[in-house]
Structure formats: C-alpha cells, structure tokens
Design a protein around this ligand. Structure first.
Ligand code: GLN
Length: 454
C-alpha cells in the first residue's frame, strides 16, 4: 500500500531519491512467513520505513543529496539500519535532503527539492525534508532523519509530524555520512509520539563501533510515552525559555505555543520562565563549529575513494588537480560555502578568534542548560520561528535560511535530547511545532510530555 501511495504522490512531493520496492517487498514477505510460522517478532516488524540518504545502506544508493556520491553503493549497513533490518522493517527507500545535511529546506539537494505535502509551493523544511514529507504525505509511516542543528525537528514542525533528536551518543553514528561529528544524531520521524518511542528504542543503545556511543541502556521510552498519554503531568516543572520566543516568531506560532502551555498546566504541570542568555549566541557558534567539522569530514571526498571522479580537462593529472576538479563539479554552492567558512575558521591566526571563541560559547550554552534544568524538568519553545516558507524564498539569503534553526541549535551544542510534536495550525493554515528539551540521557521525559500533549 505504501509503495502504491509513493507511486501516486511522488511526482508532486519528491520525498525520495531512491525507492527500493523489491527489497521492501522481500522483507515484507519474509516477515509474513515468519509470523505465519509463529515466530515472536518485534512490534514494528513489517512496518515500512524510509531512511534519510545520509545513512548508509548496503546495496542501496547513499548519496547524502550530493552529486559527489552519485553511483556509490555502500558495502555495509549503518548500525541503525542493521537493527531496522534485523527487526523486519521493510525499507521503502532513501529520502531527499539538503546536500550533506546542510540546509533548512531541501533546496540544497543536488537532485531537486522536496515539496511540503500541506502546500506544494512550500518547503518541507530541512535538511531532512524528504523524511518528513514522506511521513506527512502517508508515503511512509516511519522514517529516519539526522539532526545536526535541527534537521529532524524543524522539518517535523513544518510538516505536522513528530521528530526526535536523541541525546548525543544515544543512537549510533556508525554508518552516518558525517557532517559535524560532535553534533550529528540520528532519530525518528513519525506521525505519533508512541511510534517515535518504539522506533527510538529499536535504533538506540550502545554500539562499540561508535566511540561516542553511551555505554548504558536507554531509559524506558515506550513506557514513558504510554504514561504520558494518560495526561497526568502533576509534579512536572516545565521551563519556558525566555530567549526562544518573541521577536522573529510568527504570531500564529506564538499563539499555538501559549495554548499548549495552558494544556500543560491543565495536565498538572507547573510552568516557570527560565533564562538562557547564551542561547543568543548559539547560532553564531554553530555556524563556526559546524562548518569547521564539516570541512574536515568532507576532505575524504577526493575523487579517489568514493563516487565521482573528475579529471582536469587539460594539464597534468596530479592528485591535487583531480581533487579540485572533482570537488568543483561534485559539491554544490552551500557545501562549498561551508567548507570555505570552516577552513577559514580553523586557519592559523584565526583559530582562536573564531573556532576558539565558538567553543567557549558552546561551554556557556551547556552551563545555561545545566542551570535551567536545575529549575525545570523539561524546557519548551516553539520548534521553528515560522511555518513552512515558500520554495525559493530564502535560497539567495543564507543568513535568513540559517535563522530558521535558532530554537533547535542549542540542543545540539549541548548534546541534550529534543522532540518536536505537532502543535496545531497557524493562522496561515500551516503546521506549527512544539519543542520539548530534556537533560542528557533523560529522553524518556520528551516522550512523557510529548504524549501528554498529543
Ligand atoms: N539547518 C541546519 C544547517 O543547515 C541544520 C542541519 C542539520 O541539522 N543537519 O546546518
């Protein structure tokens, strides 16, 4: 049924870069046979899933939205994909994204943008707009995204889906094509909070192949979602972050946010205001740290190891000239912009002024979180300042595009988990997201509060 739905709407939505029908049908048939034989299966066995194209899948294209990886077929599965396959979830295909996860709209994909199913003239957010659009358009019931600065939560907000960025280290990064290694996390994109909890429990947990993986079991996420669904939040302290509201936020977004705060109060929670002054500098710090790490991570795309290789048209064939020709042809403008920013921020003479200062801001943000979590069990804000913007609207203005992540980025810089849950429609009839943040390793709180709001 999902493959039929993909065939029917994909021409409008363009959520997928690759649809793996045969693979999906074979897995579904295998699950049917095992179920018929009386085998005890995972609760999600047989439920199809779409995977963001930045996650490597054995035998299936994995381009990260870039021409530089066109034609590359990974020889192995990411840990989270191994787990998905072992549990019997048919993989429907790979979803569209901004190239190397750099963007907030999918318009930086080398393979054309995705469309927001709510209004095809608008973006589904980014970078994981393909995963969110696939779930919102009923092409897939579940999807995997990755979130370096908001790429799961912001697309979730603008497509009316649930998106979760787990605690850093909670889901293995083994097999994720790295953008900024100290910020990247994979997580669920679904239509309900309980679905996200089920998927998060499946893909999460310790992995010795990721040195930053947390060597402890996950908290009980499904149980927390079920408890939250009962709607009783008495004793819970909810902190509204002063810096993540007000100027720059659409009135309809703020109105829905206030209504949800009232719902939380009705459910028995105590709502307090908390101040995190360093969040004002989060965006600036992110756009130094993220490009710095990406400029190093992307050095492996040299025209020799993976995918595209372009040789210079004339002159000698040297390693440096092959790299330059390959990267010139294979990387898009946004990727080039960030590699240049990153190498500049890391260069001798500028390192302390830019990268060093950004790391200090990162520490201040972590301290703000620690102080805020002394006053509240969870922090809340609108997920994104506006509803989905029009295709092309921010394409020529990188700073306007970057501003979309103002509320999501602090969590990545501190490594704490966050969820975006649907928060009704703004005055323009488009979905709004409500963000909940919890202390590191307390992902269960996201599900308790998220399910209570559903
Ligand atoms: N939109 C942000 C950026 O462009 C976040 C991307 C992400 O989370 N992958 O960097």
């Amino acid at each position: 049924a999902h493959l039929d739905r993909i065939a029917a709407v994909e021409g409008d939505v363009h959520a997928f870069l690759h649809v793996s029908s045969e693979d999906a049908l074979a897995t579904a048939a295998d699950v049917d046979a095992r179920r018929a034989a009386g085998e005890e299966l995972h609760p999600l066995a047989g439920v199809p899933i779409a995977v963001k194209d930045v996650v490597v899948t054995q035998g299936m294209p994995s381009t990260a939205g870039s021409k530089i990886l066109e034609g590359w077929i990974p020889p192995y599965d990411a840990t989270l994909v191994e787990k998905i396959r072992a549990a019997g979830l048919p993989i429907l295909g790979k979803t569209n994204m901004d190239e190397f996860a750099m963007g907030s709209s999918t318009e930086h994909s080398a393979y054309g943008n995705s469309h927001n199913p709510w209004d095809l003239e608008r973006t589904p957010g980014g970078s994981g707009g393909g995963s969110a659009a696939a779930v919102a358009a009923f092409e897939a019931p579940l999807a995997i995204g990755t979130d370096t600065g908001g790429s799961i939560r912001q697309p979730g907000a603008v497509t009316g889906t649930v998106g979760v960025k787990p605690t850093y280290g909670g889901v293995s990064r083994y097999g994720l094509i790295a953008m900024a290694s100290s910020l990247d996390q994979a997580g669920p994109v679904t239509r309900t909070v309980l679905d996200s909890a089920l998927l998060h429990e499946l893909i999460g947990g310790h992995d010795p192949r990721d040195s930053t993986s947390i060597p402890e079991p996950l908290p009980a996420l499904v149980a927390a979602a079920r408890q939250g669904a009962l709607g009783d939040l008495s004793g819970l302290r909810v902190g509204v972050v002063t810096q993540l509201q007000g100027d720059g936020y659409q009135p309809g977004v703020l109105a829905r946010f206030q209504e949800s705060l009232e719902l939380l109060t009705t459910a028995g929670a105590e709502v307090v205001e908390v101040s995190c002054p360093s969040f004002e500098s989060a965006l600036a710090a992110y756009y130094l740290i993220m490009p710095a790490e990406a400029s190093s991570n992307l050095a492996k795309f040299d025209g020799m190891r993976f995918g595209l290789r372009v040789e210079p048209e004339d002159g000698p064939i040297t390693a440096e000239r092959v790299m330059a020709a390959t990267r010139g042809a294979g990387f898009g403008d946004e990727v080039k912009r960030r590699v240049i920013l990153g190498t500049y921020a890391l260069s001798a003479g500028y390192y302390d002024a830019y990268y060093g200062s950004a790391q200090k801001v990162r520490t201040l943000i972590q301290r703000d979180f620690a102080a805020a979590f002394g006053q509240a069990d969870v922090l809340v804000s609108p997920t994104a300042p506006t509803t989905a913007f029009r295709l092309g609207e921010k394409l020529d203005d990188p700073l306007a595009m970057y501003l979309n992540d103002v509320a999501t980025i602090p969590a990545n810089l501190a490594g704490v988990p966050g969820i975006s849950v649907p928060n009704g429609l703004s005055d323009d009839g488009l979905p709004v997201g409500f963000q909940i943040l919890a202390p590191a390793k307390a992902d269960d709180r996201l599900y308790r509060v998220g399910a209570a709001l559903e």
